[in-house]
Ligand binder design. Structure first.
Ligand code: BGC
Length: 432
């Protein structure tokens, strides 16, 4: 079959984001920040206080880091050496789902199973040591409210997680209870931070001129150093880091695929921005648009963002990889013209995502500059979409230029690989 050209153009139009529209999104984002700084209930973002500022780079010592935010959990033992240097002494990582064996994140799984699993991984990392005293930093990458650096209560699961008994609980209390059940009394959790905060701490440990940290992966979120907020305990002399939870940003216009997917997602009405831009969701939008092109009333949910990445990267004359993915995952052997359209569609979804994410960064940059001069800065980003998805980094740069004009020369994004682990160790060092 050949796809209907009009229908294809219409779908492509749904995923376009003009400069004018991006400017509007950046302005709305900034306005939402301003509203939230006055009264958080009037912003669509949660703007959660992290009770931590930027590190000095001089933090030293050995710390454990538990990094949990996706379907893989990692526990690391770090040595912070100061001057931005650090070493991994031990590293353990396991998935939370092993097909046919266990699933700690799906419906029906419990907090006891999940946190006992974390305690086991911590035990593996300390190799059964019951004597040495360890301080642990915990990167917990879900919206949590806290009133100090250690007491983070999960507000709501995101990224389609559904483990029972965690929402509304203080996560380090659950961890402590699990450590006790396992007979581990020498590991003390002292800090909980979001992964965006971890990336910012990690990057700021090594470089100056970093005020924004972001995750662009399965999920999406950004934090920044807000100079006007200080904490009584003296944390954050340059201000406090705010975890925006901007995955929940609402002041933008979803297209019909965004709206239809949201309706059938685990939590309709929530995380609307994240559902438009992050890796967990771009492939869902892609699957829905493909079904529409094929005139089918189906949801192709077997496609992943890795498939999209391979589809976009296929430079072969007959688009072999695109054909293979369409045949294996969608069950259609498409002609070359249609394969080209599939490739264009994947690109359009990714480009829209990169442009919208950039608009949110610009909203923060404008807010921090408060109408004055934009400071030279790097935006620290971690995550598979930023690191590996073709078209993303070049489209971030392009959108920065479109929105910032000459000032774009002062701003760039840098990859902070693995920041979500080391950031937890730095937070632990800052806490003790
Ligand atoms: C969570 C954030 C997290 C982001 C990236 C979102 O779903 O709500 O807390 O920072 O994913 O992992």
């Amino acid at each position: 079959m050949a796809f209907d050209e009009r229908k294809f153009q219409d779908i492509m139009g749904e995923f376009s984001a003009t400069t004018e529209y991006l400017r509007e999104v950046a302005q709305n984002f900034r306005q939402d920040l301003q509203l939230g700084l006055k009264d958080v209930s009037s912003s669509s973002m949660r703007m959660l206080k992290s009770y931590v500022g930027l590190p000095t780079g001089k933090e030293t010592g050995e710390y454990l880091a538990l990094d949990f935010g996706g379907t893989n959990v990692r526990v690391l033992r770090y040595k912070l050496e100061g001057d931005g240097h650090s070493k991994v002494i031990r590293y353990v990582a396991e998935p939370l789902i092993r097909e046919g064996e266990y699933n700690y994140v799906g419906k029906g799984s419990t907090q006891v199973q999940m946190f006992d699993f974390f305690a086991k991984l911590i035990d593996d990392t300390i190799e059964g040591d019951r004597d040495t005293k360890f301080y642990l930093g915990h990167t917990f990458s879900f919206p949590s409210s806290q009133d100090d650096l250690n007491n983070a209560k999960l507000i709501v699961w995101t990224k389609e997680f559904a483990t029972e008994g965690v929402e509304g609980e203080v996560v380090n209390d659950l961890l402590l209870a699990a450590l006790k059940r396992r007979g581990i009394n020498n590991v003390k959790p002292v800090a909980v931070i979001n992964d965006t905060v971890a990336v910012l701490l990690s990057a700021a440990y090594k470089h100056s001129d970093i005020f924004i940290g972001s995750i662009y992966a399965t999920g999406h979120n950004t934090c920044y150093l807000e100079p006007t907020i200080h904490d009584a305990k003296g944390f954050g002399k340059g201000g406090m880091i705010l975890n925006l939870e901007c995955g929940n940003f609402m002041k933008l216009t979803p297209n019909r695929f965004d709206t239809a997917f949201d309706q059938k997602s685990e939590k309709p009405g929530e995380q609307r921005f994240e559902k438009m831009v992050s890796g967990r969701y771009m492939c869902e939008l892609f699957g829905m648009a493909i079904a529409e092109l094929l005139d089918e009333d189906k949801h192709y949910d077997g496609l992943t963002s890795v498939d999209m990445s391979m589809i976009i990267s296929d430079v072969s004359a007959d688009l072999e990889k695109v054909a293979e993915i369409m045949s294996n995952k969608v069950g259609h052997n498409l002609e070359l013209g249609d394969l080209k359209k599939i490739q264009e569609l994947a690109s359009a979804i990714v480009i829209r995502s990169a442009r919208l994410v950039t608009a949110s960064y610009v909203g923060i940059i404008w807010q921090r500059a408060s109408g004055g001069t934009i400071q030279p800065q790097h935006i620290a980003v971690d995550g598979s979409v930023y690191e590996k998805m073709p078209l993303v980094q070049e489209n971030i740069n392009r959108a920065l230029s479109e929105l910032l004009g000459e000032d774009a020369a002062k701003v760039d994004t840098i990859l902070d690989n693995g920041g979500s682990g080391i950031g937890a160790a730095i937070a632990a060092a800052m806490a003790v």
